[in-house]
Design a protein around this ligand. Structure first.
Ligand code: FO1
Length: 308
């Protein structure tokens, strides 16, 4: 059973972890958003790829939702004492990954190859593919001007009212090696309950990925980020409110129209008509059992669509 999951950071990593618990890890391939990537303090930071790597290798900081567990912050304290920029926190252990990646990129290695090597070094059996080895940068258009994604998300805490989102470079970006082949040969394709506008849309903005998903023979199921008529995560709710005014399953289903065969919704929302087949389970993923259960429910729903 080859499972492909399109995912952003925290919510995506939870579903992927669940899939590796419920099914054979080696059968899981995740295509990760890189629109959040940016250069900070001279380093290439790839937050969603790193959240995936840390989560699947058991190193993630569950409290923060990003970075490593047991992290120390001496680098940040030293940086602050120098008057350096401290709005984006790089932990001491996390720093090693950014330094290593940046060094290898400068030697000509690709993001995909580096990610694969790190995953192997840390015993991750699932395949982690960045959506592209080419640069794609999410920018949020706001009433205060155009902001680089991390400036909008971390420094400004999503406060400026958003008027649009752009994925700079996406029209020239090629899918990373293995991405289209994984979609074409999948037995089931899931879209994680990541932010559709910020985390999944950058992946779909790479035209050959969108085309492969639209043409895929495998059943395609999105797990909704809506629970009880509200977006689970604050930023998703804020952005949906700014840009589409509504945060409900019908909006999510319409957003993915032509790309999915069904929407897995929370049991609290199971009677909402969304214009697509739905199945329901408790979609809030707190424990590892929750994560495996949601992954199992999504795959059972995929099988029930009768495609492939
Ligand atoms: N998120 C924050 O809210 N504050 C931070 O200082 C921060 C640092 C950081 C460092 C490395 C990394 O991989 C992720 C980091 N994140 C931080 C998370 C990240 O900004 C976002 O959660 C994702 O980009 C959204 O998926």
């Amino acid at each position: 059973m080859r499972i492909v999951i399109l995912a952003g950071g925290v919510g995506g990593a939870k579903l992927v972890l669940g899939a590796t618990r419920a099914f054979a890890s080696a059968d899981v391939t995740v295509i990760v958003n890189t629109g959040d990537d940016f250069r900070h303090l001279g380093l290439h930071v790839s937050p969603d790829v790193d959240t995936m790597i840390y989560t699947l290798s058991g190193k993630s900081n569950r409290e923060l939702g990003w970075g490593r567990e047991g992290e120390t912050w001496q680098f940040m304290a030293a940086l602050r004492s120098l008057g350096g920029e401290d709005w984006f926190a790089l932990g001491d252990s996390d720093l090693a990954l950014h330094v290593w990646r940046t060094m290898r990129l400068s030697r000509g290695d690709t993001l995909g190859a580096i990610t694969g090597d790190v995953a192997r070094a840390w015993g991750i059996a699932a395949t982690i593919l960045p959506m592209s080895d080419d640069p794609v940068a999410t920018h949020v258009h706001t009433v205060d001007g155009i902001l680089e994604f991390q400036r909008y998300f971390v420094e400004r805490r999503c406060e400026p009212v958003a008027t649009g989102i752009a994925f700079d470079g996406a029209d020239q970006a090629r899918p990373a090696p293995g991405v289209v082949a994984a979609i074409e040969s999948a037995d089931a394709i899931l879209i994680a309950p990541s932010n559709p506008l910020l985390s999944i849309d950058p992946i779909l903005a790479v035209a050959p990925i969108r085309a492969a998903l639209a043409a895929a023979r495998a059943p395609r199921i999105a797990v909704s980020p809506i629970i009880g008529g509200k977006a689970v995560k604050g930023p998703t709710a804020k952005l949906l409110a700014d840009l589409v005014r509504r945060a409900d399953n019908a909006t999510i289903a319409a957003h993915y129209a032509g790309l999915i065969d069904g929407l897995l919704v929370d049991t609290a929302d199971s009677d909402e008509a969304v214009g697509l087949p739905t199945a329901s389970t408790a979609t809030l993923m707190v424990s590892d059992d929750d994560k495996a259960r949601v992954a199992r429910a999504a795959i059972a729903f995929a099988r029930a669509t009768g495609r492939r």
